[in-house]
Design a binder for this molecule. Structure first.
Ligand SMILES: [Fe+2]
Length: 584
């Protein structure tokens, strides 16, 4: 059976599509990679087209569409039915209203408009999406609707390979919930507990990120800033902001006022001085405590010490690393696109499980996006006058390793593009981790803040020599400590607190990237390369050869690997030649 999943809707971002055929994932891709708008919310027309082409199918051959949002059809079914008096009180408290106004305005002012408006807008958006799809594909297959959180849970549990697991989905919000815990067993997913949308770890972290002056979708910056701060100053305050009580796992009471914090929100231009790093540290600590309490309750409910994490909060690799260290779980699994883009895969897998075509099976890699032939790469190169190119001499990985060892920063665009926000060797910028000055240069070229860390990709069998990581980390989603005696060997990938966010690379998962790191290992004695996504700060990760050439030229990288071609920037090359001539 051929099942197409896609993500689109009201307040939706990171729209995407995926296709599953006979229980096997064939392709998955985010719309932003085609439109070149980061976190794009556009209808995923390009993604759907790519998924169908990748599977060699027309829409007529798709048996079912799986959609990861369920607009409620009746009052009884609506998420208003999830509310009770306590949640109403909590919501009004969050909105800083008095008890008197609560009594005066009550339900009519709060819950009904919120619930119905959301529902109506979601229904309109979904209807509009399907209308748009019908313009291109007049005859559509039947559609199955799934809950947002259930689709997140499916994306992580059904790709974990675990027969039994505790499943936790932590989001800003999705449908009526921010958080849900589940029991995954024999490919079915039973809901245990939920938190309503206004009690949200994701919203807490989002609010903190805004207060720190980083803007939307910049939670990674808050996470990167946290190790620079001292959490002690704000610990007590954030225990009241994100309460922990026996009766619940966490309770977000709303972001504190400037008066409570003692200073106003940071503007984008202001320096990142004290107290902002301290706020980030306390916020990170509070998030980790909330996540751990939620996982603890899921582990108890599911009676399993294997946890599968999903939802946008599961991209917080520091929290995931702290969870592993806490001893609450024996192992953890995170789907590489834990954010809403991954709902496309989650819904399609749920649908496949419904029609009994799927058991839980381990996802071996994240390379589900487009790839391009050498002929397509060369055609793109020939359209750009500012580059020179040549085919590799037959051992491309040796040539790249040589360039890295010589201090060059290399952009790589070959093989299928990664699904999810992490570049894992096919759309990556890589460099020598032994040189601290390279970290600063990579950050500068990409337009990233100088203080942000860069991640390592390490041969899986060598990982334990460098990192205190107790399990594989194929998708770069667990932070861990670099062994103290190794930090001076690879300073460019060590964060200020001695931590790193490694990707463990296996030959089976990505043969070409594995061989590249191995070639660098033979040359340098270090089985690690520095790896960051191939894009500038303002653009999505590159997809096509054309994107790669444009980003290569805009960022000023030293070398581009495009399929089997090595590409140089003419301007940089002539500058280097000139410098050589002057030296001679
Ligand atoms: Fe979500």
């Amino acid at each position: 059976m051929n099942i197409l999943g896609f993500v689109y809707g009201f307040r939706c971002h990171d729209t995407a599509a995926a296709i599953v055929c006979d229980g096997k994932l064939i392709a998955a891709v985010e719309e932003e990679r085609f439109t070149r708008r980061k976190h794009d919310s556009a209808f995923p027309a390009h993604s759907i087209d790519y998924c169908l082409r990748s599977a060699g199918l027309s829409m007529d051959q798709v048996d079912l569409i799986a959609f990861p949002e369920r607009p409620y059809r009746s009052g009884r079914d609506s998420y208003l039915a999830e509310m009770n008096w306590n949640s109403l009180l909590q919501l009004r408290a969050r909105k800083a209203a008095s008890f008197k106004s609560l009594l005066h305005k009550g339900l009519l002012d709060t819950l009904l408009p919120l619930g119905f408006r959301w529902n109506w807008q979601m229904q309109s958006a979904v209807a509009e999406g399907f209308d748009r799809l019908k313009l291109t594909y007049p005859k559509l297959p039947p559609v199955r609707f799934y809950d947002h959180h259930r689709a997140h849970a499916a994306a992580t549990y059904l790709t974990s390979g675990a027969e039994a697991a505790a499943v936790v989905t932590l989001d800003f919000s999705g449908g009526p919930y921010s958080t849900a815990t589940w029991r995954g067993h024999e490919s079915s997913i039973d809901r245990l507990e939920t938190e309503l949308w206004f009690n949200s770890l994701g919203e807490f972290y989002w609010d903190a990120t805004a207060y720190l002056g980083f803007g939307g979708f910049a939670e990674g910056k808050t996470m990167g800033l946290a190790p620079y701060g001292d959490s002690r100053r704000f610990e007590a305050l954030f225990e009241t902001v994100l309460e922990r009580k026996d009766s619940h796992r966490f309770k977000y009471c709303g972001w504190p006022s400037g008066t409570a914090l003692g200073f106003a929100a940071r503007s984008v231009e202001s320096p990142l001085d004290v107290p902002f790093p301290d706020v980030a540290a306390a916020v990170q600590m509070a998030l980790e405590a909330g996540q751990q309490r939620t996982v603890e309750s899921a582990v108890g409910g599911a009676n399993s010490r294997i946890v599968c994490l999903g939802g946008g909060v599961a991209l917080n690799c520091s929290a995931n690393g702290a969870l592993l260290k806490s001893g609450i779980v024996d192992s953890a699994w995170v789907f590489p696109a834990a954010n809403d883009a991954g709902l496309s895969v989650g819904a399609a897998l749920l649908c496949a499980a419904d029609v009994r075509e799927l058991g839980t099976q381990r996802l071996e890699h994240a390379y589900w996006g487009p790839e391009f032939t050498d002929a397509e790469c060369e055609a793109a190169i020939l359209q750009e006058a500012r580059v020179l190119h040549r085919r590799s001499n037959g051992n491309m990985n040796e040539e790249i390793a040589k360039a890295l060892a010589a201090g060059q920063i290399v952009g790589i665009c070959r093989g299928r593009m990664e699904f999810g926000p992490r570049a894992l060797g096919n759309r990556s910028i890589i460099a020598d981790p032994r040189r601290i000055e390279i970290r600063d240069r990579v950050n500068r070229l990409k337009g990233r803040e100088f203080w942000r860390p860069l991640a390592p990709s390490v041969l899986a069998e060598e990982a334990s020599k460098f990192f205190e990581l107790g399990q594989p980390s194929p998708f770069m989603l667990f932070r861990t400590q670099v062994k103290p005696e190794k930090r001076s060997i690879v300073p460019a990938i060590v964060h200020v607190d001695g931590s790193a966010r490694p990707q463990t690379v296996t030959r089976e998962g990505n043969p070409a990237f594995y061989e590249l790191i191995l070639a660098f290992y033979r040359r340098s004695g270090v089985p690690i390369v520095l790896n960051t996504s191939f894009n500038s700060a303002s653009e999505p990760i590159v997809c096509t050869p054309r994107d790669a050439i444009a980003s290569f030229l805009a960022t000023g990288l030293d070398l581009l690997v495009l399929g089997d071609f090595l590409v140089e920037n003419v301007t940089l090359r002539s500058t280097a030649c000139l410098a050589d001539q002057i030296q001679q």
